[in-house]
Design a binder for this molecule. Structure first.
Ligand SMILES: [Zn+2]
Length: 174
């Protein structure tokens, strides 16, 4: 990376960093669709512009690229290490701020690492958040979770929603 100008480097970074690339958002979109978790909006205009959001249920899903969000599955480049570490730490701080801010507003936030997009547990997490909806969170946005939410186990399978044909037809674009 050292041989390219700052200008070119920032363009490369913008391209890699941009959301909606093929290793993150597209595969998860297909998985959600196949699992009947539909009716989401992409890049809903709330804090952080979640990759997928169910605004009515207040569920936000972010797909985070492993390198840019500091996943342990990636190593830092050997050159300019300080620069990259800084950059990634900044991203992680922003991730935390975004998640906190949304949760304070009653949203359920699910962050998915690029390398975990295809894990069944990822789908289970999203499915649980979407199906539970926002009722509990809207009533009790306090710091201490209610006993009910503590006892609740994440659902590992999703009940069919074939009776709601209209839902799948709602537009996914803005
Ligand atoms: Zn990873």
């Amino acid at each position: 990376m050292d041989h390219v100008s700052k200008d070119v480097r920032s363009k490369i970074m913008a391209a890699v960093h941009s959301r909606g690339n093929t290793t993150t958002e597209l595969p998860l979109g297909k998985i959600l669709w196949a699992a009947n978790l539909r009716g989401y909006r992409k890049h809903w205009p709330v804090v952080g512009k979640p990759d997928f959001a169910w605004p009515g249920r207040k569920v936000a899903v972010f797909v985070d690229g492993c390198f840019w969000h500091g996943c342990r599955c990636k190593y830092l480049p050997r050159t300019n290490t300080k620069f990259w570490r800084n950059k990634i730490e900044t991203n992680k701080r922003r991730d935390r701020r975004v998640s906190q801010s949304l949760r304070r507003g009653g949203w359920a936030v699910v962050r998915v690492k690029e390398c975990a997009v295809r894990k069944p547990s990822t789908l289970a997490r999203i499915g649980a958040a979407v199906l539970i909806g926002r009722a509990d969170r809207a009533i009790a946005p306090s710091v201490t979770p209610s006993p009910r939410s503590l006892n609740r186990k994440p659902q590992t399978h999703l009940p069919g929603r074939s009776n709601k044909r209209g839902e799948s037809k709602s537009p996914t674009h803005r």
